[in-house]
Design a protein around this ligand. Structure first.
Ligand SMILES: Cc1cc2nc3c(=O)[nH]c(=O)nc-3n(C[C@H](O)[C@H](O)[C@H](O)COP(=O)(O)OP(=O)(O)OC[C@H]3O[C@@H](n4cnc5c(N)ncnc54)[C@H](O)[C@@H]3O)c2cc1C
Length: 451
């Protein structure tokens, strides 16, 4: 049995966003805390967040914030109620990190330097006596029949503990240290791990030569729609609003998987860019059960009829223009040749000689440019890991494991992932804070003060 007066410490596994804040909070409440980090220094992933600028959180109202996580966002109510954006930003402010808000409610340090965020979190912990041990990879969490008793390192050292916080992250960007150990450690203690999927990841297209020809082209104000069928079976339909997580239209009519308006990018293997990343997790899941195609509407502001009318006006104004010149008015230069080839219209045909069928083919290509998705890039290349420790096995108010007394879980190891915009880090910080507080309380440290 754990003696509540026993000052055997808290072990935190993982020095990422969740682990650093959990360690600091548990130590602030009087627990003796050791943070074990497998890499040579904590915060490796934090350093690359937001392209090195660290998008810490988002200014979205709570309801909107939670929808960025899809249905699993419900789990975060308790943690966000205890420690949310204002408390987080106040903690950073106290540690000398001022922040500013940007487009889309994204919050960044004024310094634009993710290292300041890492240093603030390390300083928060160290000021309360947290011992950070780098190069310390945990390979098992030890338990007896009552509760956790400690952890075993790769070096075979066993470190006793009264409580363990598992904050080892997901399985994406493994070079930062988050290589999936957290899932193995939780599973070994009986936790269910929901299937892992890449979240926020580019897509690989079958039509690789098109992607290569257009590599680097960024398309703005277009509509990208993913369908759960092959491209020949994409229904003829007009899509008027976004579908997908956080859009208010969570359940689109089949075969639509998601549809988003915004910016995307051609890469040498397929497509990336903001709206591609947003729909990638839904695409990854759909690929498990059948073919997935995408359609790009390059002129979403115009209906087919309106686009046809615009073409007719332009043709009348410049009757001698040939197909490439016509396309140049409508598309980025790099797409002209490959789109002209796809249209099936002879290159030398002048506007005055375009038939109704030619115009129809052109309108169809611009409104419904279709490709088949081969795959997503692998989990290692994803910004977040979707899936993970089943949430019903974790108490959302305390982050305590419902299976193993003394075990707490926080951050991306949980089956939580959100859109881009600072949501993922806020979830890691909030769940980490609550886990730190609960672990300290479990060991009989001071009652948590309301912050
Ligand atoms: C390129 C990129 C950019 C991103 N940008 C943003 C952004 O701007 N805003 C945002 O909200 N989210 C962003 N994210 C997502 C965000 O970084 C993660 O969701 C977040 O870091 C998760 O925090 P965590 O503490 O759970 O895990 P991590 O930050 O991954 O930390 C886990 C730590 O555990 C350590 N560890 C793993 N296994 C062991 C073990 N066995 N023993 C000891 N230590 C171990 C790891 O080395 C690591 O340091 C980005 C992700 C990527 C990849």
């Amino acid at each position: 049995m754990i003696n509540p007066s026993n000052k055997a410490g808290v072990i935190v596994i993982g020095g990422g966003a969740a682990g650093l804040i959990a360690a600091g909070r548990a130590a602030e409440l009087g627990a003796q805390v050791t943070l074990l980090e497998r890499m040579e220094a904590p915060g490796k992933k934090l350093l690359i967040t937001g392209k090195g600028r660290c998008n810490i959180t988002n200014t979205a109202p709570l309801k909107e914030f939670l929808t960025a996580f899809g249905p699993n966002g419900r789990f975060l109510h308790g943690a966000f109620h205890r420690f949310f954006r204002d408390e987080l930003l106040e903690l950073f402010r106290q540690k000398g990190v001022e922040t500013e808000n940007e487009r889309g409610g994204r919050v960044f340090p004024v310094s634009d330097n993710a290292a300041d965020v890492v240093n603030a979190l390390v300083s928060y912990g160290e000021s309360h006596g947290v011992e950070i041990r780098p190069n310390s990879r945990v390979i098992t969490i030890e338990r007896d029949c009552d509760a956790v008793t400690g952890v075993r390192l790769e070096s075979c050292e066993i470190i006793p503990a009264g409580a363990v916080i598992l904050a080892a992250g997901g399985a994406s960007y493994p070079a930062t240290g988050s290589a999936g150990d957290g899932f193995n450690l939780a599973e070994a203690l009986g936790h269910k791990i929901n299937p892992l999927y890449p979240g926020l990841v580019p897509l690989v297209l079958k039509e690789i030569s098109f992607a290569i020809a257009c590599q680097g082209v960024a398309l703005k104000n277009i509509r990208l729609t993913a369908f759960g069928c092959d491209k020949g079976s994409i229904p003829k339909m007009t899509i008027e609003h976004d579908y997908g997580r956080g859009t208010g239209y969570e359940k689109p009519a089949k075969p639509i998987i998601e549809s988003r308006f915004g910016e995307m990018l051609f890469t040498h293997f397929g497509i990336g860019g903001p709206i591609t990343l947003l729909m990638s997790q839904a695409v990854a899941r759909a690929l498990d059960s059948g073919p997935v195609s995408i359609s790009i509407d390059l002129k979403p502001a115009l209906s087919n009829k309106e686009l046809d009318a615009r073409l007719q006006r332009e043709f009348a104004a410049s009757p001698k223009r040939q197909l490439p010149a016509i396309l140049r008015e409508l598309l980025p230069e790099k797409m002209v040749e490959v789109m002209a080839g796809m249209s099936g219209i002879p290159l030398g045909r002048t506007a005055s000689n375009f038939t109704v069928e030619d115009r129809r083919a052109l309108v169809s290509l611009l409104k419904n440019l279709t490709f088949e998705v081969r795959s997503t890039l692998p989990l290692g290349a994803a910004m977040v890991t979707a899936g993970g420790v089943e949430l019903s096995e974790v108490d959302p108010k305390t982050m305590a494991s419902k299976l193993v007394p003394g075990l707490y879980l926080a951050g991306e190891v949980l089956d939580l992932d959100a859109d881009t915009g600072g949501y993922n880090l806020q979830a890691a910080f909030s769940t980490g804070w609550v886990a730190g507080e609960s672990a300290a309380k479990f060991l009989g440290a001071r009652e948590p003060k309301t912050s």
